[in-house]
Design a protein around this ligand. Structure first.
Ligand code: G3I
Length: 384
């Protein structure tokens, strides 16, 4: 970006309230242009947006971003709800829109314990799911979904969230407590990740393939994810990238933790992607980190302090936090090739419902009216 040409919105301070008076959107720098020499900047599209129910959001996405990920519509439960039934309506529109708008198109996600229908994990004749049946089911799903978009979806989150916070491979049935299970691992064994990557590569040899996870700065996860990727590479398995989701908050992880993990993962010889970035305005004391949806906090819906708006000091805190985070992304730009936000605007974000249900959060760069927030200006201000 030519920073000198950008005049940020005028902030009029009236009675302690900052009122943003944005200039015409056309005069505003865009995220994709600001970081064009550093990394792609992407967003996740919700299914109603893909289906055309929010044309203003799609227009904003086309203007600001150069990569897209489907928030839900390519997950197993949505695209393959029954053994012999696929639903490609939303994915077809997603890919067509991405092509029409010059986007780098990502597929999310092929193998995950969550948002996968019960039938996929059911064994034959009431028995537990066996290895051969599980492998055949995975292959059929991957062949069909990846094959349909061969050459068009450029990168796939092949396996999602396979490692728990202690650095162990998840296993066991879905819903086991205190840790969520991983029925694919339980049925197939330790090589299920390798098998999934081999299947995806066979279905589209030109597609980039990624492993994707959350709480990626935990020391135990740095160790386990690094080992996983190193082992895959040693075995000759095709893997191009590591997806770091980035469901973070105003006070976690620390900047040192982010810097450290980018340095460590940067040694693996795969490209790093920040795949699901959002920054909750609620501090750690209020919520677990990460994105484990079994850890929903109950009975705390009353703790919704910003239901009528975000105070200026919190708005500025979020802006500074985003600036600090993007400074680290730019610092590690030789290893990071995409930064994707998990949604276009605050109103769409899953963080309004996790870990406290029905709470108003403000985790993205555009507000509920799709206007740029101070955090947007702060991020643009980081561009070199
Ligand atoms: O499809 C049904 C719809 O028929 C029904 O009317 C509606 C009523 O609530 O629910 C719809 O399903 C919801 C689905 O999103 C689609 O909107 C589910 O309840 C809801 O749980 C689901 O949440 C998604 C979540 O993954 C599920 O795990 C979020 O939108 C999505 O943002 C979130 O994304 C995940 C990434 O894929 C992986 N990393 C963590 C991230 C956040 O959890």
């Amino acid at each position: 970006m030519t920073a000198s040409t950008y005049v940020p919105p005028v902030l009029a301070w009236i009675s302690g309230l900052a009122i943003a008076m944005p200039g015409a959107a056309a005069e505003r720098p865009t995220l994709k242009d600001a970081f064009r020499d550093d990394f792609r900047v992407g967003t996740a599209l919700a299914t109603p947006q893909i289906l055309g129910e929010e044309p203003e959001s799609l227009a904003l996405a086309a203007r600001e971003f150069n990569a897209i990920t489907p928030e839900n519509c390519l997950k197993w439960a949505l695209v393959h709800p029954e053994p012999d039934k696929y639903d490609f309506e939303a994915p077809d529109q997603y890919v067509a829109w991405g092509e029409a708008n010059g986007m780098f198109i990502v597929g999310h996600t092929l193998v995950w314990h969550n948002q996968t229908p019960a039938w996929a994990f059911a064994g034959v004749d009431g028995k537990p799911l066996d290895r051969e049946t599980a492998l055949a089911r995975l292959k059929s799903h991957i062949d069909t979904v990846v094959g349909r978009y061969r050459g068009r979806i450029k990168g796939w989150d092949v396996v999602n969230e396979a490692i728990d916070d202690e650095g162990k491979l998840r296993t066991g049935p879905v819903g086991s407590w205190p840790r969520r299970g991983e029925p694919w691992h339980a049925a197939i064994g330790d090589d299920y990740i390798e098998q999934a990557f081999r299947m995806a590569h066979a279905a589209d040899p030109d597609a980039e393939l990624y492993y994707n996870d959350f709480n990626e700065w935990y020391p135990a996860k740095i160790e386990a994810i690094s080992k996983l990727i190193t082992d895959l590479k040693v075995k000759g398995v095709h893997i191009d990238g590591l997806g770091l989701q980035g469901h973070w908050g105003v006070d976690y992880p620390t900047l040192e933790e982010i810097d450290h993990m980018l340095t460590e993962y940067g040694k693996l010889g795969v490209k790093l992607k920040i795949t699901e970035l959002d920054v909750s305005v609620f501090p750690t004391l209020d919520q677990p980190t990460g994105a484990d949806i079994t850890r929903r906090e109950r009975g705390r819906a009353a703790r919704n302090p910003y239901r009528d708006g975000l105070p200026d000091d919190k708005q500025q805190e979020l802006a500074q936090r985003y600036a600090d985070i993007f400074k680290l992304f730019v610092k590690h730009r030789d290893k990071i090739d995409r930064v994707t936000f998990w949604g276009i605007h605050d109103g769409q974000s899953w963080r309004n419902g996790w870990p406290v249900g029905r709470r108003v959060d403000y985790p993205l760069l555009f507000d509920r009216q799709r206007q740029p927030k101070p955090a947007f200006d702060a991020v643009i201000g980081v561009a070199r």
